[in-house]
Ligand binder design. Structure first.
Ligand code: SF4
Length: 70
């Protein structure tokens, strides 16, 4: 049931930083993921992004209402 978080991306730049190799990037917080949290993002060790990450938002919840696309 636990899958990689749908908000997880890999980018070489963002949040005012850039790297030679792509790093885990959270499209919710618009910032690079801390190594500790990356275990949650990748649903390792039985962790579940939806349950264990306080930044997680339901991907289906953005139709039509408050979440502005930017
Ligand atoms: S688990 Fe949390 S920090 Fe990681 S990508 Fe998903 S929402 Fe972002």
């Amino acid at each position: 049931m636990a899958e990689t978080c749908p908000h997880l991306a890999y980018r070489t730049e963002g949040d005012g930083k850039s790297f030679d190799t792509a790093r885990a990037f959270c499209t919710v917080t618009e910032s690079f993921v801390q190594p500790m949290r990356a275990d949650v993002c990748n649903a390792r060790y039985g962790l579940d992004p939806a349950a264990d990450c306080e930044f997680y938002v339901d991907p289906g919840a953005s139709d039509g209402s408050e979440t502005a696309d930017r």
